[in-house]
Write a protein that binds this ligand. Structure first.
Ligand code: MG
Length: 383
């Protein structure tokens, strides 16, 4: 098949049924963000662009909602719940696409986000003459056996290949092979199943970009070095409330009103942190309708946002907060606020700036009806 010829159509089964325990992302790794979008979405989009006729996604049985959310923008995605083993999951994917099955099918692992058309083209070019084809790369490092951290005999790497996905099959071949494999132990890929059933499997050149994303550091290594978020908040000044501002209780005849302690400054910083990691806003994490947050100290909100930042592999680099009010005067409290915020975030004092401005007696802040705050947060990737 020449590279200018249109790619033949095919069906694809994306196996995304694992729990992804090795990558500590809080959700199965296939739904965790990788280079700006869920890991699984990279494969769905890549195959959709290649005119895959049908895309079947095999998701973990208990993650239907996550899978639906993700597939909702792709009308042609068929969702099916996975099984206990990889081969169970593949079988379910095949079953979900049996009706009107295309004679060519690719089976792909969602943990390999770097699918490109040239690889699929090379695979499909060997079909239908070959029954199956897989992308492989040479082993470049030398290989040894070892146990208990001690080297044993070297292994000749001649004739050894690293196996990737997608793997391409004639539909009749993989259906027959899967049937014969029933009851066998788990296979780590589908080519093994085809070969065990007596079918020849062709090798084509793979792609380093198809590297499997496995560990936490794979996610953080792919993340940008720096992120920026901004936050803005306003609360009303009322009689009969304590004034909490910048994590401090401030002596003033009135206080800010809100569901929590209404610390407008910490709320703006919390939103800046959440914004930097695109994790919604303070209201989506701590809805005012939830009685748990009634009168809550806003320290909690800030700490939660900092924890999410940390889980994403980032740490705050600096915070720049501006408090906008006619009164009280912020100057006398500025350094104590910086200290408190730095302490909550576990950063140095020089990473936290607190500024204040009035609005020249204009508007609600000028009339001292309320206080506004805005914040910018920069995050850097944790080394
Ligand atoms: Mg607020």
């Amino acid at each position: 098949m020449h590279k200018d010829e249109p790619l033949p159509t095919f069906d694809v089964i994306i196996v995304a049924a694992g729990e992804g325990r090795r990558a500590q992302q809080g959700i199965p790794k296939q739904f965790a963000p990788y280079l700006g979008k869920p890991l699984l979405l990279h494969s769905i989009e890549a195959f959709a662009k290649m005119n895959a006729r049908r895309i079947v996604v095999v998701h973990p049985a208990d993650s239907l909602d996550l899978a639906q959310q993700l597939a909702s923008s792709y009308g042609s995605v068929i969702l099916t719940a996975g099984g206990a083993t990889r081969q169970d999951s593949v079988r379910r994917g095949l079953a979900a696409s049996r009706e009107g099955a295309h004679p060519l099918v690719c089976i792909h692992d969602a943990a390999r986000p770097g699918v490109s058309e040239p690889v699929v083209r090379r695979l499909l070019a060997t079909l239908p003459d070959a029954g199956a084809a897989i992308p492989v790369l040479p082993v470049v490092d030398s290989l040894v056996r070892g146990s208990d951290h001690a080297m044993q005999e070297p292994v000749d790497r001649d004739g050894l290949w690293r196996v990737q996905t997608p793997q391409a099959f004639r539909r009749d071949v993989i259906d027959a092979a899967q049937e014969r494999w029933l009851g066998e132990t788990n296979a780590s890929d589908d080519a093994q199943v085809a070969r065990a059933a007596g079918f020849a499997v062709a090798l084509v050149e793979g792609d380093e970009k198809l590297k499997k994303v496995t560990f936490d550091h794979d996610f953080t290594a792919a993340a940008p070095l720096m992120r920026v978020g901004s936050g803005y908040d306003v609360h009303r000044l009322v009689e009969g409330e304590e004034l909490w501002l910048g994590g401090l209780k401030i002596d003033y005849p009135r206080g800010l009103s809100g569901h929590s302690d209404a610390d407008v400054a910490l709320h703006a910083i919390t939103d800046a942190l959440l914004g930097a990691i695109a994790e919604g806003d303070i209201g989506s994490h701590f809805p005012p309708s939830d009685p748990r947050w009634k009168g809550a100290s806003s320290d909690k909100f800030l700490l939660h946002a900092a924890e999410l930042v940390n889980r994403r592999g980032y740490e705050p680099s600096n915070i720049d907060l501006t408090i906008i009010c006619e009164e009280p005067r912020i100057g006398p409290h500025r350094d104590a606020m910086r200290e408190r915020i730095a302490q909550l975030l576990g950063v140095g004092l020089d990473a936290v700036s607190v500024k204040a401005t009035t609005t020249e007696r204009l508007g609600f802040t000028g009339r001292a009806e309320g206080i506004a705050a805005q914040a910018v947060a920069t995050l850097v990737k944790r080394s």
